[in-house]
Design a protein around this ligand. Structure first.
Ligand code: CUK
Ligand code: CUA
Length: 665
């Protein structure tokens, strides 16, 4: 493999050479990764369902699926199963995914927004976007990052303007979604945020110390004991200028965050790059996929060895170590040594189990009954099934591997229907593969027999999620494949393409998969999570007792201007259809103005906005809510304040005036 970006003659690569280089690189990597330890006879063919194809053909097939416009399904149905294609079979018993006007969806879907930094709320099965919840980004539509409260929260969390959120996770009680909170990671900046699902608003962001790239994010089942975050990038500890070019000293950190206080309680440093994390259903183990056990800093170094190690964190044992003072405090957080050489990892009960897997796996997901964790191979065509009970009882880490079915090329993520089936996304093959979990445990490692069916998707799927799949009792019925590339699936909109989230009907798992809808997605969701609508109870107006003592509820009678200093003034006003409590107010040039506005209405869906030209102020105020904005009145003049929500027939007349007097001293 070459890491060069020039061809043999030293010329810059042309686009065709770039494709060829990428294919060769993948080909090299894929050729060796069937098992943690390659077989003596390292043949270059894969046998699937009686077919003998070279790995090269597989790579080509995957590439072709994406490259050929209109030829959906060209990679065929390798691996057996039915000949399921993209057209709906006539006479199918699939329930309608379209939701009639005025009807509600059955499920809430929470999508991470990737580099847009937001959470999107999408109804399932209609796939209609219901709302966006800004998290790490600013968003004027909801006044997020424009009022004082959210601005301060964003400033305290690092004063950054964006985040890269991948993994939304829901709070649980008794292993089921309780509809209270959602947490999501920021891979870009090592943060975790919490969204309050009463108000569908971000209410806390924590900047996790000592880490870059919080990637995997999971709540500790069954009762949201912690929120766990995986620091993916290895850095010096502390990262203060030491060991700059000494990668051997870099570590990645597993962090445990208190879901209420959002404080980082403890961290564990480990070898390799931590990737995704999920927990068992009893509060004992958190299981993380990981790659780059080599500790490399380039692609070729990171993929040199044929195996990596999944890490299983024994949470009570780590808590004991913290309790016993067996840690080093770094930037105020106890950091426990969980590297392979650590004294805490010798003997019969290591605090972190290192479980060998084929090299560079991607995800880990724990199945609904908590028996198994599923680690998709990425560069290996297999999913490694880890027997969670065996983590405690077996001394040889190899013994915890309960099965390793061969499912297809580029497996990334797995989801569940609650009826014994797993569904794994195949990035390179551009397919969703349905397979039988118990059959895979019974079968020989590397067997394709557990594979039931493959469904082509368009194209190159990352996460795959079925409804309620992360609970102990998934519903089956619907599954979404979050495809990274859409290529030719939509009207062209310029060179940056939307992703394509595809809705697939799976019934209770007894049916064939049926692709029913494409849904363009703004870049770039990674994952989503679906909760039945009965599990959430969002507020329709604010409850002012939720901010009592923090902000005033300003009535019409109480609307007023108070000078608080030589150059500062408080302006407090109510709002309702179709007037502000103050029809105008006067401040002096250079004043710092703190504007407090209450929406005194109690009627659902009557929102008022506050926009002040040239002052970068925008508030969105729901009924019974109060928001504040602080700004400087720099320039003398008249400024018309207007309402941004079309709230009534007199909305256009809903105005106030800010009169800024010249200051003559
Ligand atoms: S990751 Cu993006 S496809 Cu951040 Cu869960 Cu796998
Ligand atoms: Cu209030 Cu428009």
């Amino acid at each position: 493999m070459t890491d060069d970006t020039t061809d043999a003659d030293g010329d810059a690569l042309d686009p065709d050479e770039v494709v060829e280089r990428h294919e060769n690189q993948l080909d090299d990597l894929l050729a060796e990764v069937d098992e943690p330890t390659p077989a003596e006879d390292d043949s270059t063919t894969l046998e699937l369902a009686g077919l003998e194809l070279s790995r090269r053909d597989f790579v080509k097939a995957g590439a072709a699926t994406g490259a050929m416009a209109g030829l959906a399904g060209c990679s065929g149905n390798i691996g057996g199963g039915s000949n399921n294609t993209t057209s709906s079979p006539s006479g199918s018993s699939t329930p309608d995914h379209k939701v009639a006007p005025g009807e509600h969806d059955e499920y809430y879907g929470f999508w991470s927004g990737g580099q847009s930094g937001e959470i999107r709320v999408i109804g399932i099965p209609s796939m209609r976007e219901l709302m966006r919840v800004p998290v790490f980004n600013t968003e004027a539509g909801r006044g997020y990052g424009y009022d004082d409260q959210t601005t301060e929260m964003l400033e305290e969390a690092g004063d950054l303007t964006w985040g890269d959120n991948h993994h939304p996770v829901l709070s649980e009680t008794d292993g089921d979604y309780d509809g209270e909170y959602l947490w999501v990671n920021d891979k870009a900046n090592g943060r975790i945020a919490r969204v309050n699902l009463k108000y569908f608003e971000t209410d806390a962001i924590t900047n996790v110390p000592n880490t870059q790239a919080i990637h995997g994010c999971s709540v500790q089942s069954p009762d949201t004991g912690y929120v766990f975050g995986n620091g993916e990038f290895r850095t010096p500890l502390p990262n203060d200028g030491r060991d700059l070019d000494n990668p051997d000293e870099y570590v990645s950190l597993f962090s445990a965050i208190d879901p209420e206080t959002m404080e980082t309680e403890w961290q564990v440093k480990v070898d390799g790059n931590l990737d995704i994390v999920d927990t068992d259903k009893d509060g004992r183990w958190a299981i993380s996929s990981a790659y780059n056990d080599e500790g490399g800093v380039t692609v070729s170094e990171m993929t040199r060895d044929d195996r990596d190690f999944v890490k299983a964190f024994d949470v009570p044992a780590i808590e004991e170590a913290v309790e016993a003072g067996e840690y080093e405090e770094v930037n105020g957080v106890p950091v426990v040594d969980g590297t392979q050489d650590s004294s805490l990892n010798q003997g019969d009960s290591p605090i972190v189990r290192y479980i060998p897997t084929p090299k560079s796996p991607h995800c880990v997901e724990v199945g609904p009954n908590g028996d198994y964790a599923f680690v998709a191979g990425k560069l290996s065509p297999t999913v490694t099934i880890i027997d969670i009970d065996a983590l405690d009882s077996s001394s040889d880490p190899e013994d915890v591997v309960a099965g390793r079915p061969k499912v297809g090329l580029g497996p990334l993520h797995t989801t569940f229907d609650g009826n014994g089936h797993a569904y794994t996304s195949l990035f390179i093959d551009s397919q969703a593969v349905k397979w039988d979990i118990e059959a895979a445990v019974e079968a020989e490692q590397g067997s394709t027999d557990p594979v039931i069916e493959k469904q082509d998707v368009h194209y190159n799927p990352g996460h795959i999620q079925a409804v309620e799949a992360m609970t102990t009792d998934p519903d089956g019925e619907w599954l979404v494949s979050l495809n990274k590339l859409s290529k030719d699936r939509f009207l062209p909109v310029g060179p940056i393409h939307p992703d394509n989230d595809q809705l697939i009907h799976i019934g209770q798992g007894e049916k064939e998969m049926e692709l029913v809808a494409d849904h363009p997605a703004y870049p770039e969701p990674h994952d989503c999570v679906f909760a039945h609508r009965d599990k959430l109870d969002p507020a329709t107006t604010w409850d002012k007792s939720d901010y009592e003592g923090e902000k005033e509820f300003v009535t019409q009678e109480n609307s007023r201007v108070e000078r608080t200093g030589e150059r500062s003034v408080d302006v407090k006003t109510s709002s309702m259809r179709s007037e502000y409590g103050l029809k105008d107010f006067t401040v002096k040039e250079g004043d710092e103005v703190t504007l407090t506005v209450t929406n005194i209405e109690g009627v659902r869906d009557v929102i008022h906005g506050v926009a002040i030209p040239d002052h970068d102020v925008h508030l969105s105020i729901a009924p019974q809510d109060t928001r504040e904005a602080t700004f400087t009145a720099d320039e003398p003049g008249v400024y018309w304040i207007y309402c941004t929500y079309f709230c009534s027939a007199l909305h256009l007349e809903m105005r106030s005036r800010m009169l800024v007097e010249p200051r003559d001293d």
